[in-house]
Design a protein around this ligand. Structure first.
Ligand SMILES: [Zn+2]
Length: 344
């Protein structure tokens, strides 16, 4: 299986507001490097760099004005004399006005963010754009006929919605890739999200569409980030009604419980019969993950890959979360080895 990787991810490593403190982000460059090292150590396949794509490939999954915000945010922030990472401070919740885009960068940051987990620094946009281009390159590999490919994206993308960033995410790599699959001739695409956290951004982007199904297994949002999305009664709207499926699972979920939900998700996907499957591959479902609370073991990730392979769909794996850095490489590549029918 081909892996797509960009060294530009190293340009981005920010701060986050967590546990009442500002600290270095759990989402750090070593994550991608550990996965890359494991790809090479196992001989999974060749590693290629990303192709270049212009901003028009991001618009669709995202609004034009949101992409414009990401392109200009650092310049507007630093023009005020600040040299540290930009984070939002105020958000347009419930009855506050959300119909007027603020003119000043401090307002824009809150307008286009769901939380204080996606810092913007001088080179963030370069890394974000490269990560989306890694996913787009991966989709081109699939569209050219490959059975599977691995987009080793960083930063991740599945919390980024049509018009907001959050949860370490800026552009939604999986949705951007799925959108490209449709443009390249697929009639239907599906995204299966196996990250511990609900892929609220991907759900938001495809919620009212019938040409893209979104299926997510994740920690129960009543006790897990992102808290305000991911409940089982979110089933799509308009043309998209019936093409969104959430499987919120309790704390401590192990492989036996996970496997049952995955089997049900697989039946939905098989009935939909997409031309292309995108897997949002987060391995923060691992028992040792520092910010999540499922109990999958390293060996279980091989089973996960095998279960995805049984669906028999051309499959692009897009890297999302996973914060136990020592094990992220083994766990992520075990999914890919399972998919390929190789012992992890
Ligand atoms: Zn996650």
């Amino acid at each position: 299986m081909l892996t797509v990787f960009s060294e530009a991810h190293r340009l981005h490593y920010g701060i986050e507001l967590k546990d009442g403190l500002i600290a270095r982000s759990f989402e750090n460059p070593q994550r991608a490097e550990t996965v890359l090292a494991r790809v090479r150590a196992t001989g999974l396949g060749d590693v290629i760099g990303e192709r270049q794509y212009d901003r028009s490939h991001y618009v669709g999954a995202h609004s034009d004005r949101y992409v414009r915000f990401l392109e200009t945010a650092w310049d507007e922030w630093s023009a005020t004399g600040r040299t540290h990472d930009a984070l939002p401070l105020v958000w347009p919740v419930r009855n506050l006005r959300d119909d007027i885009e603020p003119a000043f960068i401090d307002g824009k940051l809150g307008y286009y963010a769901m939380d204080a987990g996606s810092p913007i620094a001088a080179h963030t946009w370069e890394a974000v754009r490269a990560s989306a281009n890694v996913a787009l390159t991966g989709m081109d590999v699939i569209s050219a006929g490959a059975r599977g490919a691995f987009a080793l994206c960083r930063p991740p993308g599945h919390h980024a919605a049509h018009e907001y960033m959050g949860g370490y995410c800026y552009l939604n790599n999986a949705a951007i890739a799925a959108q490209r699959g449709l443009m390249q001739g697929a009639e239907r695409v599906a995204v299966l999200d196996v990250d511990f956290h609900h892929g609220n951004g991907t759900q938001d982007i495809f919620y009212d569409r019938a040409d893209a199904m979104f299926v997510s297994l994740h920690g129960d949002p009543s006790v897990s980030f992102p808290y305000f999305s991911g409940f089982a009664d979110e089933q799509g709207s308009g043309d998209g009604l019936g093409f969104n499926a959430n499987y919120p699972l309790p704390k401590g979920t192990d492989w036996l419980r996970y496997r049952d939900a995955l089997a049900d998700a697989g039946r939905r996907l098989a009935a939909y019969a997409p031309d292309v499957l995108v897997v949002s591959l987060g391995v923060d479902t691992f028992e040792g993950d520092p910010i999540s609370h499922f109990a999958l073991t390293t060996g279980d990730f091989v089973r996960l890959g095998e279960a995805i392979a049984v669906l028999g769909m051309p499959t692009l794996f897009v890297m999302e979360g996973g914060y136990m850095v020592d094990e992220i490489g083994t766990n992520a590549v075990n999914v890919l080895m399972g998919f390929e029918g190789r012992v992890g």
